[in-house]
Design a protein around this ligand. Sequence first.
Ligand code: ZN
Length: 394
Amino acid sequence: MSYNSYEQDDLLNQPNSEDKNTENPDTIKKRKSGRPKNNVWNFFIELGTRVQGHCGAKCKECGWEKKANAKTDDLETHLGLRCIKVDYKIKEQYMNIIRDRENLGQSIDNNNQSSKKVKLNHDRQHQQRIDEHYESLNINNSKVQMANQALVKLFVCCGIPFHLVQHPFFVDFVKILCPAYILPSRQQLSSNMLNSEISHIQLKIDAILEKETYMTLGLDGWTSPVGQSFYAFIITTQSGKEYIHSIQNLLKESYTSTERIIEVIESVGAKDFSAVVSDNTSSMTKAKKIVNEKYNHIMPIRCIDHHINLITTDICKLPFAEELLKKCMKVVKYFKASHRAGEELYSEILEKMVKGGGLKSYVKTCWSTAFDCTNSVLSCETILKNVSTFIYIN
Ligand SMILES: [Zn+2]
């Protein structure tokens, strides 16, 4: 091909007979004036018009299409990782290109040009001194503590199972970063270290709450799957910041909710509270009344979210809403049960980049899902019509 100035690999330069027929003379003229095209284009046909130098592409092997803005990286990724019909040798070459792109899995003495470039850039930013190399084998206590704290935060806040701390790949990753740091065991992480971090945070919260006035205590109870009665005590400050005071299993401690509420209020400082908010269960209403009798300045308030919940639940019970939700759920259930139609819908959603993703189910106990479900059907309306034609034809 005349525009191909790179003479890399014979395989990548495979001439393709379809090429010449599909090329449009205008695009050839335009291209000659610009940058030479990457060899990856030998495996693709141009689609549509160019916008800021990029057009769409269609794979000559499997027919995969990217309708617009096809970049070299996308096409290489398709050939190396996704194309099911391309020859394995070509696939392998593109996998190498993809690997070298991010410079992963390269040995230090690799003479590959791209890795050299990365190394040079890195050296310019940070030239290692010989003593820095030895420092990495020693680690001082304060750094170990900081690392431990960061580790607990990572596992807890990202919901990562604690046993992963002993996974060989995770250990490997940490050892490469800092050989001197010894990872804790799963037990250490989930007991001592977690507890130490909890107390560290608790102390911080206590120090903040000490200075606050006009606080609101919010509480909500639920029953765990094994029948424990949990209560969450959340304190909202005047500026609207929320702090979890504690989550307690009241059955275990044989407390009544009233006693516990009073205890929490007194532990933080009864004079600094102005309200208690909860749902409207009879036990809570009674508890709030007792608190108000003891501390007149603490107002018993009903939770607005809970009331909206009650109203929406009532609305959802009306015949028109019930019928609508039933119909939406029929659509959602169909696409969940039928794998082929579901797959077609999913790829259409990805292609059209539908806001909010796919169809959502309605769950009776979670009231906001009534909106999520109907809204998801609405936003997928056109796609559902397209897919229904596909199902009808096939
Ligand atoms: Zn392909």
